[in-house]
Design a protein around this ligand. Structure first.
Ligand SMILES: CC(C)(COP(=O)(O)OP(=O)(O)OC[C@H]1O[C@@H](n2cnc3c(N)ncnc32)[C@H](O)[C@@H]1OP(=O)(O)O)[C@@H](O)C(=O)NCCC(=O)NCCS
Length: 146
């Protein structure tokens, strides 16, 4: 996927409002995700300003992130974006969606569980600060169930 430097900076800025360093993505991280072959980006704007996005990778079904600006949370945007990403994955025949979520990230865990994701593993030391993550999976095809 091709995005301008300004568009990538917008994503990095919003991600920085959603996660503290070293968890938030740098410009380089975001550029690498955007350049992936299966990169799928859904964005919501208000008055031209980016207020939410969901970034996924259809080549492995990974949900890279769902970020909603703090001023626009609990308005259904996260659910709308993640549902649309799953719809896109299904249309492309992706077998399962996978998400890594910090153990204490209750809003994200609830959002994912409300869409049918289930916890499969704990990824010890997953984040750059050494903290752990849950890996959640949602099968999208019969093959994705195994
Ligand atoms: C997680 C996040 C994306 C949710 O976005 P949102 O737009 O506020 O979520 P929605 O309004 O669509 O809520 C959908 C469901 O998620 C859950 N949820 C969202 N925020 C919650 C909160 N603060 N506490 C508990 N549950 C919450 C609820 O089940 C909610 O359904 P309900 O409103 O019917 O109860 C948002 O909080 C965010 O950007 N957090 C920081 C970044 C992040 O952690 N991203 C996930 C990375 S894996």
């Amino acid at each position: 996927m091709k995005l301008t430097k300004k568009e990538i900076m917008e994503l990095v800025h919003l991600d920085g409002l959603c996660f503290e360093p070293p968890i938030c993505y740098t410009y380089r991280d975001m550029t690498n995700y955007i350049r992936r072959k299966g990169a799928t980006l859904l964005r919501k704007r208000k008055g031209g300003k980016l207020i939410a996005f969901c970034l996924g990778d259809s080549s492995d079904g990974n949900i890279i992130t769902v970020d909603v600006h703090p001023d626009y949370r609990r308005q259904g945007l996260g659910r709308q974006l993640l549902s649309k990403m799953l719809e896109n994955f299904r249309a492309l025949g992706v077998s399962k969606a996978v998400s890594q979520i910090a153990l204490d990230n209750i809003p994200s865990l609830r959002l994912h569980k409300s869409l049918g994701f289930e916890i499969r593993h704990i990824l010890y030391g997953y984040y750059p600060d050494g903290s752990d993550a849950f890996e959640l999976v949602l099968p999208l095809t019969p093959e994705g169930k195994s």
